[in-house]
Design a binder for this molecule. Structure first.
Ligand code: ATP
Length: 133
């Protein structure tokens, strides 16, 4: 028994796949979703997500929501990258940019909340790419 997983982003369908387990992180902690799990809606943090597909795959997911019902798992997220798709240099630059913005606490033009979330996204991508997340 496998779970049918569909992942959508604002760019459209990211992936449709089958998995024997979907591991996500919500504000309440880690959740492993197995076939025949009860129906749920889970909000997702900026975190690493893994799925047992043909092999274990790791993704950097930038938040979103997961809905599971009847062995169908639907994930809607602002952004997601497979470990293999992550551009490490780009993530490092994004992290440095966010850190510079956060350091400029007195600059009225800097949106600190936005910089904080951008920093989380960048750190998450770096961790997933470096298999530390
Ligand atoms: P950047 O400042 O580098 O654009 P960001 O955090 O603002 O980073 P997002 O708005 O989260 O970027 O994502 C925009 C698009 O770029 C998404 O499709 C996302 O999957 C992709 N993306 C962002 N950063 C990376 C990265 N380091 N490697 C691969 N794809 C990335």
């Amino acid at each position: 028994m496998l779970i049918d997983v569909t992942i959508n982003t604002p760019r459209g369908l990211y992936k449709q796949t089958k998995a024997s387990i979907v591991n996500v992180v919500s504000p309440d902690g880690q959740r492993g979703i197995l076939p025949n799990h009860m129906p749920i809606v889970v909000s997702l943090t900026v975190s690493k997500m893994t799925m047992e597909e043909e092999k274990r795959e790791s993704y950097a997911i930038s938040g979103g929501v997961l809905y599971f019902h009847n062995n169908q798992c639907m994930i809607l997220t602002p952004a997601i990258e497979n470990e293999s798709e992550i551009d490490l240099e780009r993530a490092i630059k994004a992290k440095e940019r966010a850190e510079r913005r956060l350091a400029a606490v007195n600059d009225q033009n800097v949106d600190l909340a936005r910089a904080q979330v951008a920093l989380q996204r960048a750190i998450n991508r770096i961790n997933v790419k470096q298999k530390a997340g």
